[in-house]
Structure formats: structure tokens, C-alpha cells
Design a protein around this ligand. Structure first.
Ligand code: NAP
Length: 300
């Protein structure tokens, strides 16, 4: 599998993007790097440039940072002070087959991509990426629990909320460390799976009752579940780690009022394992780009 003949613009990002650059240059893609002028390292086959120097009419794919842009279309980069914006003008210069990749999207990007009518892929919506990413997420959660408690994970009582891609990995990982893990879910097939995993299932509507004896609560459900009334039933020493995307699923105001430590912990893979997190993106991206390339060649 090679990407010879493919021209990819990588615009902005953090350390994770270095793994993408490394992988795509290995596969012989031609890269235009925007927002990397302060990066000391040079990659053969990759040219650092400013956004107005890119020949977008020749670009087959654009890779945006994991977070995409802000709501004004500005792209963050940790390797440059350049102010970079992705706009309709820029995208309309690209060939019709140009595909745009980011980790997650927002209203600015959704609207822009609709206007310019280019294929747009959000990598973090893919099951494979979410499952691979759940591994560094679980490791980051272990780190946070160790940092914020004075007891071992082994033997502690942990409630995990949600049995999605993150919840399943987190529940399994903490159980493997010897914690007594119970998992709350709303679907009966999830409760069955939790039982099969050797963990204790409970229906989410029993959450208030189930938190009375826990030491740690790990939420993965991106909606308000750890409410004031749930928190009011927890023992005073309970630690709440909320992994769900911002704003999380916890009533942080009430937790603070009650003196219960509650932490929102977004973006753990990029924090605890940027190299692995970058490799996860790089591996999936290179397969998708190869697929784009062969599809286009097949048509030509
Ligand atoms: P997922 O696979 O979609 O799982 C979400 C879980 O939440 C499912 O079990 C789902 O149950 C449950 N759920 C959703 N809405 C619910 C509701 N209204 N009531 C009860 N249960 C509900 O998502 P994921 O990949 O595990 O990700 C979970 C969250 O973690 C997301 O917000 C994601 O952005 C975030 N995340 C954070 C990090 C980090 O570093 N902190 C890393 C990766 C992901 P049903 O199947 O019944 O709907």
C-alpha cells in the first residue's frame, strides 16, 4: 500500500499530527505542511509553507487538526504563530475529489463543507478509531484516579456509567486492576453484556440507589446523568471522573457545593499518549487515503 502521487495538505494541529506526517511520508505521499514553521524536524517529501503558498488546485486531501477549527474557522497549531483560517475560498480552489479530514466537527465546519460540496470525514466518529482511542483514555483515567485518591484502585468500588466504546474499555481495565466494578446502562443487551463480562450490571434508573456505597464514579454518557440528586447520595469521599465530551454529564456546580471532587477529563489520549493517539489517526487515515486514491485511479 503506497500513496505515491497523492498530494496532501496537513494544516495545523498538535504532536499527534507528527505521526500522521511520518506515516504519510513513509508511504510516499507529497505533503504540504501549513502551521509547522517552528518545527525543527524536517521530513523528506514534506514541505513547510504558509497557507497562501499552497497550490490548492493540486491537493487531493486536506487534514485538519483533531479539533477541526474554532467557530470562526481558525485552525490551532502548536508549531507556528501563523493565523490560519480555512475558508470557502480556499476549499473551492481544490479539485472536486478533494477529501477533508478532521477528528471532530463543529457548526462552522459542517456549514462550510456543505457549501463547498467536498467529501468530509470525521475520524472520531468511526468505531475503529473510537475503540482504539478508548485504550489511552482508560489509561489516562487510571492516572487521574491514582492522582486524586488516597486509596488503591484494587479493592475500591467503582461505578462506570455507559457501556459504549469508552465505557466498556474503562470497566474492563479497572476490573483487571482488582476494582469492584459495577456498570450502569439503559439497554437490556448492555446489562446482559456487563453480566457476561463478570461485572455487576445495574439499570441507570437505579443510579441514585447504586451510588450509595461507591468510591469512584466514572461517567462516559454525554448527557446530564450525575445530577445533584445522584451526587447527594454519594459518600463524601467519592471521586467523580467525567469522560464525556464537554460539558460532561455531571452537575459540577452541585458537586463543588457538596465538597465532592468532580473532574471533567477531556482529550486524555492526546494528553497521556500523544504518540499512540497520533499513530491511531495515522493508521486509519493512511488506509482511507489509499482507498480514495485507488477509487480515483479506478475511475480514470
Ligand atoms: P458511545 O460508544 O456512543 O457510548 C456512549 C454511551 O452512552 C452508550 O452506552 C449510550 O447508551 C450511552 N448514552 C448516550 N446517551 C444516553 C442517555 N441519554 N441516557 C443513557 N445513556 C446514554 O461513545 P464513546 O465512544 O464511548 O464515548 C463516550 C463519550 O466519551 C463521548 O462523549 C466521547 O466524546 C467521550 N470521549 C472522551 C475521551 C476523553 O479523553 N475524555 C476520549 C474518547 C471519548 P445507548 O447505547 O443506550 O445509547
Amino acid at each position: 500500500m503506497m500513496l505515491t502521487g497523492m498530494h496532501v495538505a496537513i494544516i495545523g494541529g498538535d504532536a499527534r499530527q507528527l505521526e500522521v506526517i511520518r506515516k504519510l511520508t513513509e508511504l510516499d505521499a507529497k505533503l504540504s505542511l501549513v502551521g509547522f514553521d517552528q518545527l525543527a524536524h524536517n521530513f523528506t517529501g514534506a514541505t513547510k509553507m504558509y497557507i497562501d503558498e499552497v497550490d490548492f488546485s493540486d491537493i487531493d486531501a486536506i487534514i485538519l487538526p483533531v479539533h477541526g477549527t474554532n467557530l470562526e474557522g481558525k485552525i490551532d497549531t502548536v508549531f507556528s504563530n501563523e493565523q490560519i483560517f480555512i475558508t470557502e475560498d480556499v476549499l473551492l480552489k481544490t479539485p472536486k475529489h478533494c477529501v477533508v479530514y478532521s477528528g471532530i466537527s463543529n457548526s462552522y465546519l459542517d456549514e462550510l463543507m456543505k457549501k463547498v460540496n467536498r467529501k468530509y470525514v470525521q475520524l472520531f466518529e468511526r468505531d475503529d478509531v473510537a475503540i482504539y482511542n478508548s485504550i489511552p483514555t482508560a489509561e489516562g483515567t487510571i492516572m487521574m484516579v491514582i492522582q486524586h485518591t488516597d486509596f488503591t484502585i484494587h479493592g475500591s468500588r467503582i461505578a462506570v456509567l455507559g457501556l459504549g466504546r469508552v465505557g466498556m474499555t474503562v470497566a474492563r481495565t479497572f476490573a483487571a486492576l482488582g476494582a469492584k466494578v459495577k456498570v450502569g446502562a439503559r439497554r437490556s443487551e448492555h446489562l446482559a453484556r456487563i453480566t457476561e463480562m463478570g461485572l455487576e450490571p445495574f439499570p441507570l434508573h437505579d443510579l441514585e440507589k447504586e451510588v450509595r456505597d461507591i468510591d469512584v464514579c466514572i461517567n462516559t454518557i454525554p448527557t446530564m446523568v450525575v445530577t445533584a440528586s445522584v451526587i447527594s447520595k454519594m459518600p463524601a469521599h467519592t471521586l467523580i471522573i467525567d469522560l464525556a465530551s464537554k460539558p460532561g454529564g455531571t452537575d459540577f456546580r452541585y458537586a463543588e457545593k457538596r465538597g465532592i471532587k468532580a473532574l471533567l477529563a477531556p482529550g486524555l489520549p492526546g494528553v497521556v499518549a500523544p504518540k499512540t493517539a497520533g499513530q491511531i489517526i495515522a493508521n486509519v487515515l493512511s488506509q482511507l487515503l489509499f482507498h480514495d486514491l485507488t477509487k480515483r485511479k479506478g475511475k480514470a
